[in-house]
Design a binder for this molecule. Structure first.
Ligand code: NAP
Length: 255
């Protein structure tokens, strides 16, 4: 990212990014910071949060998004430090429980919904009450390309992300015109969460994609940055696929 991202109109604004210490969330926080925004990051590991906040010249709070107090503390921190809260990126997620739904532990199933659906809603509520209702703002929820179809072992993840997609649209309807709410749905991206998928099969997956490679966190970050910016001022309730052509791969003629 370069200082030319000042063109996005984010200079001086404040952004919260959850799950921002590695992978996609970290790339998003970096892109927002490079675009001139003040960033407030969160994740569970306190050392990682401290390091990331320092690297981005921002602030951070360690904790889990499922903790009911975390959303209030995080939005409170952002408002206290920066005096505003313009952008909220709900990125933290879990892909557990992994496996057939007939074996799914009810407690872990609920945890998936607590992390992937309930926590984003709670954060939007806090952002709305603390700042966005009065001053406006924008929310980007990180969903997944996989939410549109089924797959082995990913029932809890896919179902909860499909719920997040619907939540995005519902909130977009409820919170306009002041607040825009959109989602970005990544395909397979080179991160820790997806390592078990890309590490054993990267070449094969890449060969099947129209754009011939798996995603990098920065591919997703650029899409989030754009949706969060004024360049997307007439876009709400949308889902932006960033998947290298995963949805259209069946039309690919092998080289
Ligand atoms: N990678 C892919 O291929 C892919 C594809 C589609 C969608 N996505 C979505 O992209 C988003 C980011 O995934 P990623 O692949 O970048 O994951 P990742 O590399 O595993 O990073 C996850 C981040 O979230 C934090 N986190 C995890 N659970 C948390 C919790 N309960 N509370 C607060 N922070 C938490 C982690 O830090 P701590 O462990 O310290 O908490 C870390 O900073 C997720 O929403 C995921 O569903 C990813």
């Amino acid at each position: 990212m370069t200082p030319s991202h000042g063109k996005y109109g984010l200079r001086g604004r404040a952004a919260i990014v959850t799950g921002a210490t590695r992978g996609i969330g970290r790339a998003v926080a970096r892109a927002l910071a490079d675009a001139g925004a003040h960033v407030c990051v969160s994740a569970r590991d306190p050392d990682d949060v401290r390091r990331t906040a320092a690297e981005l010249d921002g602030v951070g709070l360690a904790g889990s998004v499922v903790d009911p107090g975390h959303a209030e503390e995080l939005t409170g921190l952002c408002l206290r430090e920066f005096g505003r809260l313009d952008v909220l990126v709900n990125n933290a997620a879990t892909n557990r429980p992994y496996g057939p739904l007939m074996d799914a532990d009810p407690a872990l199933w609920r945890e998936a919904f607590a992390v992937n659906v309930e926590a984003p809603l709670r954060l939007v509520q806090c952002a709305w009450r603390g700042w966005m209702r009065e001053h406006g703002g924008t929310v980007v929820n990180i969903c997944t390309e996989g939410a549109a179809h089924t797959g082995p072992g990913v029932g809890a993840y896919g179902t909860s992300k499909a719920a997040l997609l619907h939540l995005t649209q519902q909130l977009a309807g409820e919170l306009g015109p002041g607040v825009r709410v959109n989602s970005v749905s990544p395909g397979l991206v080179r991160t820790e969460m997806a390592r078990f998928v890309w590490e054993p099969g990267e070449r094969e997956t890449a060969a099947g994609l129209p754009l011939a490679r798996i995603g990098e966190p920065e591919d997703v970050a650029r899409a989030v940055l754009w949706l969060a910016s004024d360049a997307a001022e007439w876009i709400t309730g949308a889902d932006l696929l960033v998947d290298g052509g995963t949805r259209v791969r069946r039309a690919r003629v092998p080289p």
